[in-house]
Design a protein around this ligand. Structure first.
Ligand code: HEM
Length: 492
């Protein structure tokens, strides 16, 4: 085993372990696994439980307190990542920030992020965010595939921010990106591939019965290379030609230390860029789709948001970032969408690098730590009636932001590993949500009997670490023709 028991402290509670296999059959593997883990913690009456499977030690943390005590306050111990053979080695993703152990390569990539997308200066991307939002508004006017339009809009923006690849030029990159993110989500889920439990399996030849994972891995690795190399090449060519616009990749390339190994620095920038592309797409699309569903299911909330916008905007105007302080209800909607359906409900697993003791329990070195973000954001004490979609929970009696309500920070992870795209993501979501509500009434489609067909609001039920809605249909009905001029288009 890669971890060991201690004679002094017991392991945290958890299901009974079988010899060798441990809890292999207790580990949830069907979908919505965050709910299974909540249930398991309840069963053992503990906000920290222990599981093991074929030599891996897994700790599930179920409360804000435990997560803060360990992942935040003891961040130096709890900020590595488990090694996934499927994801890191066979698919080749071991080079990017999110999968990297807490080594120098990881630190360098975080530094590139901090220098090129600084959380204190997301303003530098406001113009790009507004342009992408207006493109999305135009696309939604005639949308017959909302998910596709949300993906397109999100990818176009992140390609601009990451590589300076703008508008329609970005479209060819989208197909690869969608496929890649799916493969990563499947490969990253603990227990998804047996190869991660039994590492010698990686040497099995591809044609061997049962070695389908190797064929998959080879195809998925080719996709990764394509997604990493193609856009980076474009940025470099443009820099040479003098036609590049500022982007994460171009700024980082300009900031390279020419006295050091250039090839090595380029590899780091390439990895940071593809990471931004991946991190900046899927969670935003899931959140936007979740927002649209929430508006369809809660027409009164939509009406209240539109009233707030109508009080602040002149007819024909679209929201700008300077209006943020005047639109607290829109802010509350953004937070509530993220809280109600967090896009990455079990975070990305952390790894503890030393033996530790917490609440009288041993946390063995090399344990995989799974903080349950879903559970933290559905805690009844912090968020009464947590399954109800209710943006007002973030506001006081005067409709202002109530600073005593717990912030949705956990949705972006913890400690030194916390999402470096947080501020960029919140700004993108805010402007898109405010603008869609200003421009359109979101309505169900009309069925063959002439009745409003309320969508079912279903979420992907398979085994994945990413929580996202299944495709659905709705109508975007322009609220006023006055906006046509701002968008430079005609609605009909
Ligand atoms: C709604 C949007 C987003 C959500 C909910 C989200 C959530 C998360 C979460 C939960 C983690 C894991 C943190 C941890 O392990 O403690 C993470 C990591 C990360 N995210 Fe995001 N993210 C979002 C958008 C973005 C964007 C826009 C970018 C980049 C432009 C980005 C880049 C990253 C990177 C690079 C990491 C890895 C950090 C590391 O391992 O050091 N994310 N994100």
């Amino acid at each position: 085993a890669r971890w060991r028991n201690s004679p002094q402290y017991p392991l945290p509670p958890g299901p009974k372990k079988l010899p060798i296999l441990g809890n292999l059959f207790d580990i949830p593997s069907k979908g919505f696994i965050w709910l299974d883990y909540i249930e398991m913690c309840r069963r053992y009456g503990s906000d920290i439980i222990h599981l093991s499977a074929l030599g891996n030690s897994v700790i599930v943390l179920d409360s804000a307190q435990a997560v803060s005590d360990l992942l935040e306050k003891r961040s130096s111990l709890y900020s590595s990542r488990p090694k996934s053979i499927m994801l890191n080695e066979l698919l080749g993703w071991g080079v990017i920030n999110i999968t990297r152990p807490n080594d120098d390569i990881w630190k360098s990539q975080r530094r590139i992020f901090a220098n090129t997308i600084p959380p204190t200066d997301v303003k530098r991307f406001h113009t790009k965010q507004i342009a992408a939002t207006h493109d999305l508004l135009r696309a939604l006017a005639h949308s017959n595939d909302i998910m596709r339009d949300l993906y397109t809009g999100t990818t176009v923006l992140i390609m601009d921010i990451t590589y300076g690849i703008q508008g329609e030029e970005a479209l060819p990159f989208i197909k690869t990106a969608v496929e890649v993110v799916d493969t990563m989500a499947i490969a990253a889920a603990p227990g998804a591939f047996l190869v991660d439990q039994i590492s010698v399996l990686k040497y099995v030849p591809e044609w061997f019965p049962g070695a389908g994972f190797k064929r998959k891995a080879r195809e998925w690795n080719m996709l990764r290379t394509k997604m990493t190399e193609d856009p980076f090449r474009v940025t470099k060519e443009r820099m040479v030609a003098g036609t590049a616009t500022p982007s994460l990749a171009s700024i980082a390339l300009e900031q390279m230390d020419l006295t050091q190994d250039i090839a090595q620095q380029e590899e780091l920038i390439k990895a940071t860029s593809v990471m931004a592309h991946i991190g900046g797409t899927d969670a935003i699309v899931a959140t936007m789709a979740g927002f649209i569903l929430a508006m369809l299911m809660n027409p009164d909330i939509q009406t209240r948001a539109q009233r707030e916008l109508d009080r602040v905007l002149a007819p024909g105007d679209l929201p700008t970032f300077s209006l943020e302080p005047d639109l607290p209800y829109i802010q509350a909607i953004v937070w509530e969408v993220l809280r109600h359906q967090p896009p990455v409900p079990l975070c990305f697993p952390h790894l503890v690098t030393e033996d530790d003791v917490y609440s009288g329990y041993l946390i063995p070195k090399n344990s995989i730590i799974m903080p349950n973000i879903w559970s933290i954001l559905h805690n009844e004490e912090d968020y009464p009636d947590p399954y109800r979609f209710n943006p007002s929970r973030f506001l006081d009696a005067d409709g202002k932001i109530d600073s005593s309500v717990k912030h949705i920070g956990p949705v972006f992870g913890f400690g030194r590993r916390a999402c470096p795209g947080k501020e960029l993501a919140l700004a993108s979501l805010w402007i898109k949500i405010a603008s869609i509500l200003a421009c359109y009434r979101i309505e169900p489609v009309i069925d063959e009997h002439g009745k409003l067909a309320q969508p079912k609001a279903e979420w992907y039920p398979g085994m994945t670490l990413f929580n996202h809605p299944l495709p659905f249909k709705c109508r975007f009905i322009p609220r006023s023709k006055d906006i046509e001029a701002s968008l430079d288009m005609k609605f009909t």
